[in-house]
Design a protein around this ligand. Sequence first.
Ligand code: NAD
Length: 360
Amino acid sequence: MNALNPSALHSAVFDHPEMGGHENIVFARDRDSGLNAIIAVHDTTLGPALGGCRVWPYEKPADALTDALRLSRGMTYKNALAGLDLGGGKAVIIACPREEKSQDMMEAFGGHVERLSGTYITAEDVGVSPEDMEAVARRTDHVRGTSATGLGDPSPYTALGVFEGIKASAMHVFGNVDLEGRTVSVQGLGHVGFEVARQLAEAGATLIVSDIHAPAVERARDALGASVVEAGDAHRVEADIFVPCALGAGLNARTIPEIRARIVAGAANNQLQTPADGIALKRRGILYAPDYAINAGGVISIALAKPGEDDGRVRAKTLAIGETLTRIFERAAHEDTTPEMVADKMAEERLAQAGQGTDS
Ligand code: NAD
């Protein structure tokens, strides 16, 4: 057996650039099922740390640690800003979701979640299916979003919040929430994007849609009367509002100079490639709705749904995303800063008020 070099371990883990105020990091293993997972609990000031479990074939364990640390911190901010009494955490399982993941592995993961005694609550994320979460739930009650605990697919609530956020953005820029006659470019017509496009069409917006998956585009064209552009052109078409609902990092040094819309407000996670891209949008006079503020409807539905209850509480909290964004936009204008910087500050202020705060 190799001797453990304490200083190497210290620099790999404790001096990791993504290490902030993380409270607990568990390296969870199970020899029989082949489980190798990292559970990162970032901050429990506001309550138990809620955040999904991702299964991904990371090339190096260090990449998995980076993802777990970064994503768990992001969940602290997202849950705080959404007004949930929940902290932030995230789990990553190092495995190929198609070839290596197994029900035994997910059960073993559930056993590790159970050992954290409710300080971490898990849910679905990339590479995890509802059946996988049922397997996790056989070993722990600290799971949300299963058919027994939740409202099912969170995407409709994410879409509801995004639509509300688009209206708040329109109010701030155009002085009017009315979307009738506004031209909106929706990029990505998956679970969230199609539903946002449907609501926009219902509100009378002129829709331009794009997706790399041809059937998704055809469906939007036929059902919603949308016009279609190539996926790579979505950001540069003549439109009032650009709604990214595909992948992250779409707002970058290449795309931002080409954007013609006055507003960017969509569901995609991690839209800004770097913090400088947020500043570039502001310089161009484009209002950006911070992604983790506008797309919180899904986590709200996972967090607040109770078995046997209707979705009234979830809808009310999701609709409040519009008011949160209005506060963010007004404060950003007042302080001459970017909306995403204000969103971070507002989350940090809530954490500080609740007690100990977080050292980022
Ligand atoms: P999805 O996989 O159902 O849909 C994504 C769609 O984007 C697919 O139709 C895909 O073909 C398309 N796409 C991929 N690359 C593209 C490209 N380059 N150009 C155009 N289209 C492209 O995913 P989803 O659940 O709808 O989520 C969309 C985004 O919102 C993701 O970034 C996701 O992380 C984020 N998000 C989703 C939820 C949720 O509740 N589903 C919650 C918060 C954030």
